[in-house]
Design a protein around this ligand. Structure first.
Ligand code: 8X3
Length: 247
């Protein structure tokens, strides 16, 4: 048990973030959960007094500063940068620029801002866990900006290791493949039927699976750093490179 530890989890009201928050609470952590949907945060607060919900739009950098000011006297040990999204699934020339900006804003900008503020927080044996994606390791169609932002997350995590090694701050990037969360519904703009079809007749990662991985990571001895974990369901693997042929 990690009795006196405190964590910040972004995107904590659903999917991986919710499952990770619940796991941390059951491990004795106090959890500051950041998300837009206040009603869901309130529900989580009612279930566990060690959960503190903070309603925030992570695209708002001033709001991020305000949150960290509100916890400046508190020791924070763990940051789970989970908030992120894909919007649209089309070739890049058909993508909406607004969606493009939102993905960059949330997947990259908010993550680097939250991380910077976390590094300034009080706390011992700090640990940063970033939720990246296999989409950041491999190129596949219609993944242009989403894949690019996740490549940033995966690689930023490795670069952080280089910068933080002398400070004994651990960093891990978890890079999941196909997972059943609200991810596809959000990506496909609430087309629930299409989103459902993505998981048809195949296996997928559940939010609890990622929470289980985080649970293992936080229990490792302090002298170990897992740099990255790429995790896919058994039914997902790399395919061949595309070859375009003239007719
Ligand atoms: C998304 C991964 O496999 O659904 O982060 O494209 S996948």
């Amino acid at each position: 048990m990690n009795k006196s530890k405190t964590a910040i989890v972004t995107g904590s009201s659903s999917g991986f973030g919710k499952a990770i928050s619940e796991m941390l609470l059951s491990e004795g952590y106090k959890v500051y959960g950041l998300a837009r949907r206040v009603d869901r945060l309130k529900k989580m607060e009612r279930k566990n007094s060690n959960f503190v919900g903070y309603g925030i739009d992570l695209g708002d950098k001033v709001a991020i500063v305000k949150f960290f000011k509100s916890i400046k006297s508190i020791d924070i040990n763990l940051l789970v940068n989970n908030a992120g999204l894909a919007l649209g699934a089309a070739p890049y020339d058909q993508m909406s620029l607004e969606d493009t900006d939102t993905m960059i804003e949330i997947n990259i900008l908010s993550l680097v801002h939250v991380t910077r503020h976390f590094l300034k927080c009080k706390g011992e044996n700090k640990y940063i866990i970033n939720i990246g994606s296999v989409a950041g390791n491999y190129a596949y169609p219609n993944n242009n900006i989403y894949g690019g932002t996740k490549a940033f997350v995966n690689h930023f995590s490795r670069n952080l290791r280089s910068d933080l090694v002398s400070k004994n701050i651990r960093v891990t990037s978890i890079e999941p493949g196909l997972a059943k969360t609200e991810f596809s519904v959000v990506r496909l703009k609430n087309d629930k039927e299409k989103a459902k079809s993505i998981y048809k007749n195949t296996e997928y990662i559940r939010p609890k699976d990622i929470a289980l991985i985080v649970k293992d990571l936080i229990c490792l001895p302090l002298h170990l750093n897992i740099n990255s974990i790429e995790v896919v369901p058994t039914s997902q693997a790399c395919g061949p490179l595309l070859i375009q042929r003239s007719k």
